[in-house]
Design a protein around this ligand. Structure first.
Ligand code: DOR
Ligand code: ZN
Length: 349
């Protein structure tokens, strides 16, 4: 009999966008409900580029948690060409900045202030390597000559491989991988210094979903979903039980007005049913027994944190569960959660 109930250590989300202001207030409860810790992205407007700004952002998040919430935001600093290595190292030593995020300039939402050439931050990377601070990468290379569906594969060749050669001890998380090339590169080279996060939406949809019967902006994110063969490679990697792959939802809320527009924003809001989405994918692959290692064990092991003591129970239902409804922010914006193309049978109980 296949498992229909699993009890696992409550997971962490190793990649979230919580935003700020009214949006933060609206989305935070969804992440705080399902996860004990979360790595919080720094691509606010303006981006969070100094330790002082990271501390202020963390305070803003903590102030919105209900008393007694066991949720811990783990903060990141947005690297720019001008990042001060001393400030970053001090923030890390003070326990404020867990990791630093590399957005190649203009690669994604709010990445205009990102790094124009990785060589410009070599002194910063040198310091991070020395102090054991993880580098989180948005792994896409943008350029006039690069097709959007090839950006991730080009990043591996032009940036990641040289970076790892120059900083062999630097801990790198290749965030939200979307291709067969990334999955096999990380499977072959991952370990103490390299790992990858995989989102629930990239496990559920391929690029056709964006164009099914018309243009569907709520399936648009960056890196953009790729062909079916890539989705299958991601499922294989995530469900493999290998230590270098772990959970990171990349939940990235935008107001519907910003998504459903002539130039819609990239980002998928998957926080409300993230665990259910992942569990469904593991079950569909016949690998539910490997869900715990992906969701609860590999991330803490890579980052050097203990596995959470609290448990969560997921149960397979006999009928599909209801898909999360759109939510509203205090300033009247509507945010539509990710709707998987096929039914969800797993539920947190
Ligand atoms: O789709 C995305 N949305 N990808 C990113 O890298 C950023 C994110 C956002 O902030 O909206
Ligand atoms: Zn992200």
């Amino acid at each position: 009999m296949p498992e229909t109930t699993i009890v696992i250590p409550k997971p962490d989300d190793w990649h979230v966008h919580l935003r700020d202001g009214a949006m933060l207030r609206a989305v935070l409860p969804y992440t705080a409900r399902s996860f004990v810790r979360a790595i919080v992205m720094p691509n606010l407007r303006p981006p969070v580029t100094t330790s002082k700004a990271v501390a202020a952002y963390r305070d803003q998040i903590l102030a919105l948690l209900p008393p007694g919430s066991g949720f811990t935001p783990l903060m990141t600093l947005y690297l720019t060409d001008a990042t001060d290595a001393d400030d970053l190292a001090q923030g890390h030593a003070d326990g404020i900045v867990t990791a630093a995020k590399l957005y190649p300039a203009n690669a994604t939402t709010n990445a205009e202030h990102g790094v124009s050439d990785v060589k410009k931050i070599y002194p910063v990377l040198e310091r991070m390597q020395k102090i054991g601070m993880p580098l989180l990468v948005h792994g896409e290379t943008v350029g006039k000559d690069i097709d959007i569906f090839d950006r991730e594969a080009v990043f591996i060749d032009r940036t990641l491989i040289p970076l790892r050669r120059d900083f062999p001890e630097l801990k790198i998380v290749f965030e939200h991988i979307t291709t067969e090339q990334a999955a096999s590169y990380v499977a072959e080279n991952g370990g103490k210094t390299l790992a990858a996060t995989i989102t629930p939406h990239h496990l559920h949809v391929n690029r056709n979903a964006m164009f099914a019967g018309g243009i569907r902006p709520h399936y648009y994110c960056l890196p953009v979903a790729k062909r079916e063969q890539h989705r299958q490679a991601l499922v294989k990697a995530a469900t493999s039980g290998k230590p270098m792959f772990f959970l990171g939802t990349d939940t990235a809320p935008h107001a519907d007005t910003a998504k459903e527009s002539a130039c819609g924003c990239a980002g998928i809001f998957c926080a409300p049913q993230a665990l259910e989405l992942y569990a469904q994918c593991f079950d569909d692959a016949g690998k539910i027994a490997n869900f715990e290692i992906f969701a609860s064990r590999n991330g803490p092991a890579f980052y050097g944190f203990p596995v959470n003591a609290e448990k969560v129970t997921l149960q397979k239902q006999t009928a599909p569960i209801e898909i999360a409804a759109p939510i509203e922010t205090a300033d009247g914006q509507c945010i539509t959660p990710f709707v998987p193309p096929s039914p969800l049978m797993w539920k947190i109980v």
